[in-house]
Design a protein around this ligand. Sequence first.
Ligand SMILES: Cc1ncc(COP(=O)(O)O)c(C=O)c1O
Length: 343
Amino acid sequence: VTKIPHNRPSLGVREANAASRVIESGWVANGHETMAFEAELAAFVGLDPANVLVTTSGSAALFLCFRTSSRQVNQVVIPTYGCSAPADAAVLAGFNIDYLDSSPTSVIPTWDTDYSDTSIRVLIDLFGIPSTIPPSRRCVTVADAAQSFGAVAAGIPTPLRGDIGIVSFSPTKIMTVGGYGGAIFSTNTDSIVAARDFRDWDGRTDALRRFNLTPGDTSSAIGRVQLARMPELIEKRQSVLASYLTEGIPILKPNTDYIGSGYRAIVEQPNAEVRVQELQKLGVQAILPYSSSEMIGRGLKESPNALAWSERLLSLPIFPDMTKRETGQVINAWHATSKLTDR
Ligand SMILES: Cc1ncc(COP(=O)(O)O)c(C=O)c1O
């Protein structure tokens, strides 16, 4: 059997040509490609270039949001279920974290508390599905759209739903810069000015401490190609999801108000680990999206629902360049293992 990876970036001749163009130009530092990338990202979500900043990773983008917040913050609220990047960034920025458990009926937590004006809450769009959050006039909302770039929630591009939003361009994400990268979006230009000031450390003369989180032109040039391909990349993911659904795989999907990014194909399944092992025997690299051990030290003890979700969610392969044959193999393997795991 052919091995089908869980995920694979869609990089080809256009991306390679863009990288060559930059290398041949002799200028690989932060320059006009990076400026153009920011302007094109802004246009993609309907903002001005002054409302976008590119960074070396999604984690760096989160760190900048926390570190350069204009508010006096003493608490960051982060869901337990999910990757460690938001918590890592908050700790690096010097904050204490309050963890929020998932709900028993949904892996996405219910944000029913309004936090104080010294709090930041981090909205995370798990698996590319835009999550909902009640508006707050008090606390700061950071929209972590690392997994949902390209998705739209009630007419609004997902990184624009909070006071400030971030995306990731790492190789496993919706689009990549051919390595690690990220961006910050905000309709509040001052937030972007503050983050840019912290990121651009070189040659400064005011004795303030900053940090280099600036990407170079090679990655920005690759990012520009991928950004232009976003409609194609999302459509291809959506078509894999549609095949899975048509063939009876019960994929978790956004409700009808929302257009997801098709980032992950997630199924709820008791004892997901057993099914993952069975699928792997058939060449299908399914995974547990987040295992409980990844959440150790991140509120796991106080989050019984997150723990339960970590054992009953499974992620099937999905990537833009998946062939019909590969999709068919996943579907067949799914049905073959249904018999095994239903017994
Ligand atoms: C929800 C979420 N936030 C932040 C990140 C961090 O992004 P990066 O890997 O670009 O640092 C990731 C990806 O790892 C993520 O899934």
